[in-house]
Design a protein around this ligand. Sequence first.
Ligand code: ASP
Length: 455
Amino acid sequence: MKVIKFGGSSLATGPQLAKVLDIIAADPTRRVVVVSAPGKRFKGDIKVTDLLGQLAQAVIAGADVTASVDAIIARYADITADFGMPDTIVGHLRQHLLQMTRQSYLNLDYLTATFMAQGEFMNARLVAAVMRHRGVNARFVDPKALGMVVSGRPRAANIAPDSYARIAEFNLAPDETIIVPGFFAYDRAGHIATFARGGSDITGSILARGLGAELYENFTDVSSVYAADPRIVAHPRAIKTLTYREMRELAYAGFTVFNDEAIIPMSQANIPVNVKNTNEPAARGTIIAPTKNVNHHHHITGVAAKHNFVALYLHRYLINAQVGFTLRLLRIFEQYGVSYEHMPSGIDDLTVIIDKAQLGAGIKEALTDDITRKLHPDHLEWLDDIAILMVVGEGLYAKPTIIAQIMGCLADIGIAPSILNQGASRISLMLGVPADRAADAVRAIYALSETHPHP
Ligand code: ASP
């Protein structure tokens, strides 16, 4: 049995949904289908999830929601019209959404999460109805009925580990296909919570693990994972296979084709993932698999740049000799609900790299005050506009001179990384570079990777 997930662009219009239905029908083992909300139809279009975010804002503001609800429902109506279906299903969806605007919620975060989840909820209902209309034995199944329980923040929830045992008990009737909405589940109190954005991949991954699927197929709108972002490097190398941890590092650093958190259940259960293209289903796509099953032809598998970081640089003599210095620093971060991405350190220095999204109004100033008062650094400085470059490859360790070559090729174009960090796993190298030079750095390192095929 395979779990198969379709992203928003694969479900954005009637013709796209028609391709999806053909793909499902082409393989009878594709029995568990996870769907995203309808995505962008063209450049500049707005995803249904974002329209729902706007609707949530309107509800919070107490504004009139009719136009907003109608705009969302029109996206679904367009799709059903293409399949010659009666208006009843769209009418039900409209009632459902209006009903949501009248409910009360625990707090604004739960309210927003509940609205944003409706894109997937309504789409799974619609896809199941379209399939039944075409004579397929398809059934909508809610995450609750599968035993998925989440905890943590309402808009960045995590799966509760005991969910897997319940999912394994789920009874999939012979010859039926189930359609499950991605992106959200319920917490123990029954409130809707969503995963992080792009989280339908996570639902698919959780179900593949829980149900013991032989393969998790993730259909999107590109034919492969590429060694570099095609918007930065023209015609980059397509990666045929890569390991879970390589994908996780690259996904974290901006390869949005597969969600970084979605790798975790797959690597825990050793289930391969096949990233494929709805618009070119015959192409083999990219396989993400355990390390032992992957043969690399390049030392550098991929290079990615991630923007929107700041670094806090602290200097104080003898940091290395002070028991608990980092602990006290992290306590201050904890107090403001800030987590860090990387923390390279030396005997007298420490740099903490933080995602800018975490620094709401006034937090940077408050952190500066607290740290100055409690830790007395000799020097404290915020480095703004840093991009993080991740150079990833299981083959990196086999070529000890690669770091020198990377630094050399960056020096050739006048880039001196302010931070360099190699993880203990030795499959990735993190470099902090000025944000406005990140694309140049990616191009240079990609060019280097092409001159280094594995022996
Ligand atoms: N619809 C959600 C989002 O836009 C989840 C997903 O598409 O995976 O983030």
